[in-house]
Design a protein around this ligand. Structure first.
Ligand SMILES: [Fe+2]
Length: 317
């Protein structure tokens, strides 16, 4: 018997019409060895898909694992659209890919390519959210519960897209909203690492530094050639307050764009409901109660109410 090691894979992730660049195996009848099911560099045609239906589990050899992971990443768009794959499985794959892409973006925020790579991620999230009424719940289960800037950006994107869609924002507008959300904290890439990752509350001086991130993010976005006002305002104005006193521009009420108000609400929700080194995470219920009771004048309460209704509806579906 061969010493090769194999890894079981989810056969639903093998997309019809694609070409695989790794071998697919299945156990022989006696389950004593693996036999080749589909050879590397072959197209997955209708025939192969029919045969796949009768198979329980497929395997890739350990040496092909990386090629298989790349294949999944490349076909994420069709995977995200495939209603046969459970939402949680899709959410896990898209979240992992999004983490990678957003991590790269924060490491080199001036790279237009890195920022462009965020768009397919946003589109994948939209596909998942629009397909399944309870997608946010599945996504919430897999969102990182520890706070990191890059996972925070993805969590905020997930909440923002769900809330935006609930509010009737659709099509290209929803894509733009998702981009604004995923980029909203881009300016944090320019803030001292020690301040961003401080194990405790910030001093006044550190907070002054931290407060520069919306304007810095706006500057980076302009340099990258982003011209959509909704994205720019989402980045620059997500820390403005409805009654004024927010930063950087001390705007009030409607001066704060709708996109910035949506993102601002989802930003606070994620900050409260994830764990920081100096605080425990709050439950969704407690986070929303605190927002509702203690953030009047700071957040747009219409957005907070819509967020509550949206999560409530999800819980029922
Ligand atoms: Fe922020």
């Amino acid at each position: 018997m061969s010493k090769k090691r194999y890894k079981a894979i989810d056969k639903r992730l093998i997309t019809e019409g694609s070409e695989i660049n790794f071998n697919l195996f299945l156990p022989n009848e006696a389950k004593s060895a693996m036999s080749l099911f589909l050879q590397s560099d072959t197209a997955v045609d209708g025939n192969a898909k029919v045969k796949l239906r009768e198979i329980e589990t497929l395997y890739v050899s350990e040496e092909d694992e990386e090629r298989y992971n790349e294949y999944v990443a490349q076909h994420l768009q069709s995977i995200a659209k495939n209603s046969d794959i459970p939402t949680e499985e899709k959410a896990r794959l898209v979240y992992a890919k999004a983490s990678e892409a957003v991590d790269a973006m924060f490491k080199d925020p001036e790279s237009l390519e890195n920022v462009k790579n965020a768009q397919p991620i946003v589109n994948n999230l939209i596909d998942i959210i629009l397909q399944d009424n309870s997608a946010v719940e599945s996504l919430m289960k897999i969102t990182a519960h520890d706070y990191y800037t890059h996972t925070h950006s993805i969590n905020v994107s997930i909440y923002t897209l769900s809330l935006g869609s609930y509010l009737g924002i659709a099509g290209k507008d929803l894509e733009v909203l998702g981009m604004a959300a995923i980029l909203h904290d881009l300016g944090k890439s320019k803030i001292d690492y020690e301040i961003i990752n401080k194990n405790g509350k910030l001093s006044d001086e550190e907070f002054t530094q931290m407060k520069l991130h919306p304007a810095l993010g706006h500057e980076i976005a302009l340099k990258l050639g982003i011209s959509d006002e909704r994205i720019l305002s989402g980045i620059r104005h997500h820390h403005e307050k409805i009654v004024g006193g927010g930063y950087p521009d001390n705007l009030t009420g409607d001066q704060i764009s709708q996109f910035a108000r949506i993102i601002g609400t989802c930003d606070v929700f994620d900050a409260l409901s994830t764990k920081r080194s100096y605080k425990d995470p709050m439950s969704s219920f407690d986070s929303l109660r605190l927002m509702k009771q203690q953030m009047v004048g700071h957040l747009d309460m219409n957005m907070v109410d819509a967020f509550i209704r949206m999560l409530h509806k999800q819980g029922k579906s």
